[in-house]
Each structure stands twice: as C-alpha cells, then as structure tokens.
Design a protein around this ligand. Structure first.
Ligand code: NA7
Length: 553
C-alpha cells in the first residue's frame, strides 16, 4: 500500500447537494448497491436515465427479449425470503418478468426513494482540491459526493451505426435497446431488421410470426442453440428452493457463478466420431442453452475441438432450414463457436422456412444507405414500413466513456482508454479516485452470471468504503503499474482461449475506432475473488490510499 496525504476537504459545499455515494444506474447492480450501502448509514443518491428500474431489463423491451441464464440462478441471492417467495414462471425469463422482479425488489426493500429517475448522468468530474466527485445530469441535477459506484451497465451504450440517410427514413424506426413501451404492430407491414446477434435472433423469431414481410439483414451469421425453454415445473422450483443456500454457495465458487450440474465428457478427441455425434445429439436435445458448450472440456480451448462442435451446429442448421442456399448463409464459418456470445433461440432457424421471411446477405452486398422509403444495399433496394436496428452496444466501456468522466489533472477517461481500457482488478482506474466500476472492463462481468457477480462487486466496494472510513482515509486510487500488471495477467489468460479469433464486442471490434482489446477477465469469478481478496489482505497492494487530513489533524 502507498499512502499520500494530499487531499483536503474544503468546507464549500453549501451550493450543490452533497452525498456520500452516488450510484449511477438503477439496474440490478445499482439496486443492490442502494440496499447494501444503506446498511453503512451513508447518504446515497442514485441517478437513473430511465423512468423505471431494471437497467438492461428496462431498456431492452423489444419483442422476444429473454435472458439466457436460468432464472432460478439469474436472480438476487442477498435475501433468502426474497428468493423463497419469488416465483419464476419459466426457466428463462422474458423481459417483462425480469422488469417486474426489479420493481418488486425496489418496492420490497424501499429503494425507490433514493432514485432520481429520468436523470441521465452526463458529467462526472473529480475535484482534486476537495477530494470530491461532481455529478451532473442532463436534466440539471448537481450532486457532490465522496464516492461513485458506476453500475451503468456493460450492455447499455446503444450502437447506432452511421448509416447514411437514417434520418430521412419516413417509416418508424427503433433500436432494440430503446424500444418504446407502447406496443409496436408488425401486422401487414414490411419490416427490415439489421443485426443477427442474440437480440436480432430473438426479435426475428417473434416478429416473423406476425410481420407482413420481414427482411433480416445479416452481416455475420450466429451460432445459436436451442433454449429448451419451458414453464418451470413445480418440483424443479421446490427442489431449488429447498437447496438454495447450498446452490448459491456452490455458485459462488464456480468460475461463471453458475450452478452447472452437467456431465463433461473430456476432450472431443477421446471419442469416436459416432460417439461424439451421439453425445452432442443428446446435449442438443436436453441441455439448456449455454450448457451445451460445456459438453466437452476442450471446446473453448482448441480450434480443432471447437470445429467439431461448430460443424455439428452447422449440421443442425442445414437440417432445419429447408432452402439449402439460405441454410448455407445462416451457417457461421468465420469464427469459432462461443467466441462471440453464443445465442439461444426458440425457433430462430425455423423462421427462415416461413414465406414471409427473407434473409438478406449484407456481407456480400453491404448496406449503402437508408432511404426515405427503405434500405439500399449494393445489390438492390428494399421498401420498408418499419426498420429495426438490432446492432448491439458499445459494450463494457461505452456506458462509462459516454458519461464525460474526468479525473486527476482533468484527464478524460476516453483519453486514458484511447489505446486500451486498462484498470486495476476491474475495479478502479488510476487517476480516477473513489470511482468503483461494476461489470466494467477487467472484471469477469459479462462472462459470469451478472446478478450474482454484481452483488459481489458491490459488496467489495461497500467493504472498501467501510474500511477507508474506519481507518481515516479520504480516498483510494490505483497506479499505472498496477493496471499494467492486471492487463498482463488478463492477457496471459485470454491468450490460452479462442476468444481472439472473433471480431466480437468482447474485443471492441463492433465499434469503428475502438481499440481491439479483450476487455473481460477470463480467469473465472472464483479466481477473480481470490485475487481481489489477496490485494486487500496485502494491505491494499496496488492501491494508493490517502489520509483524511481532517480526521488525522
Ligand atoms: P451484438 O451481439 O453486438 O449483435 C449486433 C449485430 O448487428 C451483429 O449481427 C452485427 O453484425 C450487426 N451489425 C452491427 N453493425 C452493423 C452494420 N453496420 N451493418 C450490418 N450489421 C451490423 O448485439 P446484440 O444486441 O444482439 O447482443 C448483445 C448482447 O446482449 C449479447 O451478446 C448477449 O450477451 C446479450 P457483425 O457481427 O458485427 O458482423
């Protein structure tokens, strides 16, 4: 630990409102932060851009939106009464159920009164002299706080590609992550949908059922697995609830914070081609989505092993889709399975057998412009009444960089991250004291179960704040050296996996100009927790703690 005694507090806080902590975002992590920090008797203010709670599950209300982790797991663990009482109707919850759950939690624990809704944070400025953060919002709030918990979301910053002419489109258009609350009707309409990631697949499957005609503009096909979603059987729910404590404990030790009670079969190459096919057939029919990728131990470690599983999935696509040319276009061939977030579907490939659905290959014939009446590619023109952008997010870093964050010396976070988004322990950026990131770069974030991961990171931030307060420190920062060390540790682990082989949002490849950098800590949440704990037990090694002069004088 390094200490310095530089920051002193001025008494000039009579202007703006003051708080101990500002939480940015009332999604699942933000809500838990309010609950947790309240126990420390701190004054906490939360700013939320939307008019309701739920974060990702508030914004992404497009048709078909559904989580890809079982709801018995993808839910809060902090309160046993809550997890015993709450009932999930399906294995994988649709957006409405998740938003309903977030609202229930906000009400049950009285969290709403601390949240300022319709208040998007557009400026976070560190005042070095006072050792305080100034937080401003688009609607004019100004709060001065000691700490920031940035629970602003890993998949929050909408990516609207720079399509020429988009503004000229005379029909209705929506990005899936800014979907209107009012029902959008597709009946009798010519609908265009750009993007075939998880969102595009879910939306296509649902919209294809009612659209007059749906054109799906695909640049890169996705691997998708059957969700095998169904109503949650009462005995399954009962069993989970009887064993919740043990299951949560097991999840907390798991690399992805999941409860994964499935057999792993060893290496793909331990089995004959016939045996492999039999095993994969069984997994395809029985395993819920993501667990399919865990059938063999080396799927995500070896290109050859991965290709066996990838080819099995392509075989399924060719079986399902009746038109062989369309089937071939839908087969992903340019990246290993699992290196972009794997999708889960309930009838996506079958949708292309419908007469009212057309797949358009915009890899061979790119989109050139949006016109007042539709969309033009290098090969032709499509008349549209409604256009949907399922074009994803400036993931992991976007929600942070879009807030105009400036730290010590006025350094802009965007400048700091111009080459790569480094930080220490996925928690703090050097030169941005007292700013704790939840699910930011450098953390396991999106590669672990995010509600439980968020709870853990919030707990850690709360523990650190408590520790600093108890011991008379005013601020905590980290160093460039610690960041470089963490980046090297992350890179070493990532190099052993196949993730570098895909142009995914994990590496920032979906955003023009974004540095290519694998942003996620891939060592697993179990190891991540151990590493965070080690740094604290070594006296906050890698951090810089600054004494509170008022308390030590
Ligand atoms: P994704 O996974 O980033 O998918 C975005 C899709 O949009 C993807 O198919 C992109 O093709 C496509 N896209 C983006 N820009 C363009 C342009 N300019 N032209 C054509 N197509 C484009 O976002 P999602 O919302 O589906 O999913 C995000 C995460 O949410 C998901 O991984 C889950 O974790 C939940 P590309 O692949 O870049 O060629």
């Amino acid at each position: 630990m390094t200490t310095a005694s530089t920051a002193t507090e001025t008494s000039a806080t009579s202007g703006p409102e003051t708080a101990d902590v500002v939480v940015v975002g009332a999604g699942f992590s933000g809500l838990y932060a309010l609950y947790r920090l309240r126990k420390l008797n701190l004054k906490v203010v939360c700013f939320e851009a939307g008019d309701g709670v739920g974060g990702t599950w508030y914004w992404n209300r497009y048709p078909g939106a559904r989580v890809d982790i079982e709801s018995m797991q993808y839910s809060y663990s902090f309160d046993d009464d809550l997890q015993q009482e709450w009932r999930w109707p399906e294995y994988f919850s649709p957006q409405a159920d998740l938003e309903g759950y977030a609202n229930h939690v906000a009400d049950r624990f009285g969290l709403r009164e601390q949240i300022r809704f319709n208040a998007r944070v557009n400026r976070l400025r560190w005042d070095e002299q006072a050792g305080r953060w100034h937080v401003s919002t688009e609607r004019g709030d100004h709060v001065v706080a000691r700490y920031i918990v940035a629970a602003s979301g890993a998949l929050d910053a909408t990516n609207i590609p720079d399509f020429p002419g988009l503004d000229s489109f005379r029909g209705e258009w929506h990005h899936t992550s800014q979907w209107p609350k009012e029902k959008v009707s597709f009946a009798g309409k010519r609908v265009g949908l750009i993007g075939t990631g998880s969102t595009g697949l879910q939306a296509t499957t649902e919209i294809g059922k009612t659209a007059g005609h749906l054109y799906v503009f695909q640049r890169t096909p996705a691997y998708s697995l059957p969700a095998n979603n169904r109503p949650l059987p009462a005995d399954y729910e009962r069993e989970w609830k009887e064993h919740y404590a043990d299951r949560r404990a097991e999840m907390s030790r798991n690399f992805a914070l999941g409860y994964l009670p499935v057999q792993q079969y060893g290496s793909v190459f331990d089995y004959s081609p016939e045996e492999r096919t039999r095993i994969l057939e069984q997994a395809w029919a029985q395993r819920n989505g993501l667990l399919f990728l865990r059938t063999f131990t080396d799927t995500m470690m070896s290109l050859e092993a991965n290709e066996v599983v990838a080819e099995f999935i392509r075989g399924k696509i060719r079986e399902i889709v009746k038109d062989p040319e369309v089937a071939e276009l839908l087969c992903p061939k340019t990246y290993p399975v699992g290196t972009k977030r794997i999708c889960m579907d309930t009838g996506y490939f079958e949708t292309f057998n419908r007469p009212n659905v057309t797949l358009v290959d915009v890899r061979s014939n790119p989109i050139t412009e949006i016109t007042p009446t539709g969309l033009r590619t290098t090969a032709g023109e499509y008349d549209l009444d409604l256009l949907i952008l399922a074009t994803g997010f400036d993931a992991v870093t976007g929600s942070l960089t879009r807030m105009n964050v400036t730290g010590v010396g006025g350094t802009d976070l965007r400048e700091k991250w111009a080459e790569r988004p480094t930080n220490f322990l996925g928690f703090m950026v050097a030169g941005f004291p007292n700013l704790f990131m939840i699910h930011g770069p450098g953390s396991p974030g999106v590669l672990a179960q995010m509600i439980t991961g968020g709870e853990w990171q919030v707990d850690w931030a709360a523990d650190v704040i408590q520790d600093l307060d108890r011991n008379g420190y005013a601020s905590i920062d980290t160093t460039d050296a610690a960041e470089q060390g963490w980046a090297a540790e992350m890179a070493e682990m990532a190099a052993k996996t196949l993730y570098q082989h895909a142009n995914s949002w994990y590496v920032g490849a979906n955003i023009p100009g974004k540095p290519r950098y694998f942003m996620i800590y891939i060592g697993g949440f179990d190891q991540y927790k151990r590493r965070c704990g080690e740094q604290v037990s070594k006296g906050y090694e890698g951090f810089v703690l600054t004494k509170d002069k008022r308390r030590t004088a």
